[in-house]
Design a protein around this ligand. Structure first.
Ligand SMILES: [Fe+2]
Ligand SMILES: [Fe+2]
Length: 164
């Protein structure tokens, strides 16, 4: 990314990613050795770049990217055996939306809110309503490819490996 674009991206997301609440995500492990903070920054940068290239709303894409995984509890810390559809993969998008509204409400708009809520499509069956949501969904999947190689993620999500 060009330094000028990077500066523009940083100006958009800086108030969020430098806040005390957001910095807590540096300690949340995502997949493998990646933190939620690092993952969300990657998604935001990728979404910003793609939206800009497609002449879409890149500001909303950048903000939705940093907020899409703003859930409260690192999924590795959940020890209770929840019903399948209440597990992290299915529930964290709503939690991220609620936290985004609580902490960063003034930076939101309907496109950003819907992108956060629907970013787990097609796992969560309702598709995004706006192009911003599709950008976040696609970029998140690409950035999350480390999921494929993370045994712990598969075990936690599907419980295949627990029995073995
Ligand atoms: Fe997510
Ligand atoms: Fe994500």
């Amino acid at each position: 990314m060009k330094p000028r674009d990077y500066k523009e991206w940083y100006k958009i997301v800086r108030p969020i990613i430098t806040s005390k609440e957001y910095l807590k995500r540096k300690k949340f492990r995502h997949h493998g050795n990646t933190s939620v903070y690092e993952h969300s920054i990657r998604v935001s940068l990728g979404a910003f770049k793609l939206a800009k290239m497609l002449r879409m709303d890149y500001k909303s894409a950048a903000i939705a990217g940093v907020l899409h995984d703003l859930y409260t509890t690192p999924w590795q810390d959940v020890t209770v055996d929840l019903p399948f559809f209440k597990r992290h993969a299915f529930s964290h998008a709503r939690c991220a939306l609620e936290n985004s509204q609580k902490y960063y409400g003034k930076y939101l708009n309907p496109k950003i809110e819907n992108a956060i809520l629907r970013h787990m499509f097609p796992l969560n069956i309702k598709p995004p309503r706006y192009s911003t949501g599709y950008i976040i969904t696609i970029v998140d999947k690409c950035v999350s490819m480390d999921f494929v190689f993370c045994k712990e993620t598969w075990a936690k999500t599907f419980r295949f490996l627990k029995r073995g």
